[in-house]
Design a protein around this ligand. Structure first.
Ligand code: MCA
Ligand code: AMP
Length: 482
């Protein structure tokens, strides 16, 4: 197939490709630095990337992709248990990190290569690579057990980014701003590889702030990507911040994804800026499936229409395909197309369960289609999946981590509505010793250290016993709510 990054493999020029704070790389500099990474990444195989929100992560991933290997982005805040699982499962040949980054003990046995953003090497030619070759392994939570590695082929990255270019009229003239983490699809594939595939540029904020958004959109950036929590914080800030309102009003495109954008936040932003945030719908396993188009109507509460090349259908519980666009008939979203992952690494069972016999991927998301074909997501099949701050979190992995705490006899985890995070992780605990239950802070630290800080319970409730059915299964719906 053709190169993933034509702007790099052609004749890279002096246009800015990447900006992280005051550190900048032009296309020519990125080509040289990615070439230096490519020299260290010999042949196919997997390469872990310590995915801090820094220039080195972008250079490292681009170098790995051009060299024909697959990158495994690691959350630098991953706890011990999660990190060990990912490393054992993906067995990377080496780990790329920024010079000076301190790596945890779990990575000690792995060869480390520092990414030199001023390095120079011959740019590997990726044009002969097969479109089915793995490009990224991205770990994503399920309802139970540890996260699974979604194997994303080169084809999926190219097709999803080109489909978005069509939907959003996204070109090399666009300058994208965001503060998303670089170990998930949203921040890495859309937020970094996207601008590079178009020959445009990205300005990464390091960490999200409304000040950063106002500064960059006010200073030449044309597009903003964010999760709903970020747009919620923008909506909260707008009334007292005319600079932010002006900056957003001047943007070409404001895009939200990873979770549902509350209609209230959409409307508050529209009222204060005259701009409507558009939503797109994707998943680690599928990359992007639908979007409101730049030239379409940006209605609140809809994720728009299927992207070019993506087949989408709604299917009822009994397998009946819904054919009417009546805005009422609810079915599971199933998708098929070049945007899909190929498998869960080392998990043929989970891969088989995720697809129907004829290749449709079961998303687990429930939706209706409006009269004009717009998709509206109305819920999710699994109650044991929580979306908090745009991160997908499996109840099961947190329950397992909590049960490893000596002060916990029984544990159940649920998601509850949260104005800022969408959903917040709530832990229901039966303490081993009711006279001295572990504190909420202690349990949060315990989960943060094992899994990741975003998976920590934000609320802990103590019970004498968990409600169980005759089979002994925990009945989460029977948990007492406030
Ligand atoms: C807090 N912290 C802790 C603890 N408590 N660290 C260790 N132990 C603890 N007990 C740290 C956190 O690590 C963090 O550090 C800081 O304190 C604040 O944590 P938190 O409260 O969790 O952060 P927040 O400010 O609430 O974060 C909100 C956020 C974040 C910025 C919106 O949730 C976020 O970045 N979300 C993006 C998720 C995303 O990209 N999802 C895409 C996946 P520090 O301050 O240093 O960070 S979905 C996807 O890819 C699909 C394809 C799609 O459709 O997009
Ligand atoms: P992840 O597995 O972390 O990639 O998250 C994918 C999930 O995020 C999807 O299955 C949806 O449940 C949810 N999601 C992504 N984008 C949207 C959106 N625009 N509206 C509602 N839910 C979304």
């Amino acid at each position: 197939m053709s190169s993933l990054f034509p702007a790099l493999t052609g004749d890279p020029g002096e246009q800015v490709a990447l900006r992280f704070g005051d550190r900048v790389l032009t296309y020519a500099e990125l080509a040289a630095a990615a070439g230096a990474v490519g020299e260290r990444v010999r042949g196919p195989g997997r390469v872990a990337v310590w995915a801090t929100p820094a220039l080195e992560t972008a250079v490292g991933v681009v170098g790995v992709l051009l060299a024909g290997a697959a990158a495994v982005p690691l959350n630098p805040k991953s706890g011990e248990k999660e990190l060990r699982h990912i490393l054992t499962d993906s067995a990377p040949a080496l780990v790329l990190a920024a010079p000076g980054d301190e790596l945890p003990a779990a990575l000690a046995g792995l060869e480390r290569v520092d990414v030199d953003v001023r390095g120079a090497g011959p740019l590997p030619d990726d044009r002969g690579r097969d479109e089915g070759d793995p490009a990224l392994i991205v770990y994503t939570s399920g309802t139970t057990g540890p996260p699974k590695g979604a194997v994303l082929p080169r084809r999926a990255i190219a097709s999803t980014l080109d489909a978005l270019a069509d939907a959003w009229q996204w070109t090399g003239d666009d300058v994208l701003v965001h503060g998303l983490p670089l170990f998930h699809v949203h921040g890495l594939v859309l937020g970094v590889l996207g601008p590079l595939r178009r020959g445009g540029s990205v300005r990464h904020l390091g960490r999200f702030s409304t000040e950063g958004v106002a500064r960059e959109l006010g200073g030449g950036a044309t597009m903003l990507f964010g999760v709903p929590t970020m747009y919620h914080r923008i909506a909260e800030t707008l009334p007292g911040d005319p600079e932010l309102a002006k900056a957003l009003a001047g943007a070409r495109l404001l895009v939200s994804g990873s979770a549902a954008l509350p209609v209230h936040d959409h409307e508050r932003i529209a009222a204060a800026t005259g701009r409507r945030v558009i939503e797109r719908y994707g998943m680690t396993e599928t990359l992007m499936n639908t979007s409101v188009r730049a030239d379409g109507e940006a209605r609140a509460g809809t994720v728009g229409v299927p992207l070019p090349g993506v087949e989408l259908r709604l299917v009822e519980e009994d397998g009946t395909v819904i054919t009417s666009y009546d805005g009422e008939s609810v079915g599971e979203i199933q998708v098929r197309g070049p945007n899909l992952f190929t498998e869960y690494l080392n998990r043929p069972d989970a891969t088989a369960a995720a697809f129907t016999g004829d290749g449709w991927f079961r998303t687990g998301d429930m939706a209706v289609r409006d009269g004009d074909g717009y998709v509206r997501i109305v819920g999710r099949k699994a109650t044991d999946l929580i979306k908090s701050g745009g991160y997908k979190i499996g109840a099961g992995e947190i329950e397992n981590a909590l049960l490893e705490h000596p002060g916990v006899r029984e544990a159940a985890v649920t998601g509850e509505p949260d104005a800022d995070l969408g959903e917040r992780v709530v832990a229901w605990i039966v303490p081993a010793d009711p006279a001295s239950p572990p504190s909420a802070g202690e349990l949060a630290d315990h989960v943060a250290a094992r899994l990741a800080p975003h998976k920590r319970p934000r609320t802990v409730r103590y019970l004498e016993a968990l409600p169980r059915n005759d089979m002994g299964k925990i009945m989460k719906r029977a948990l007492p709510h406030d």
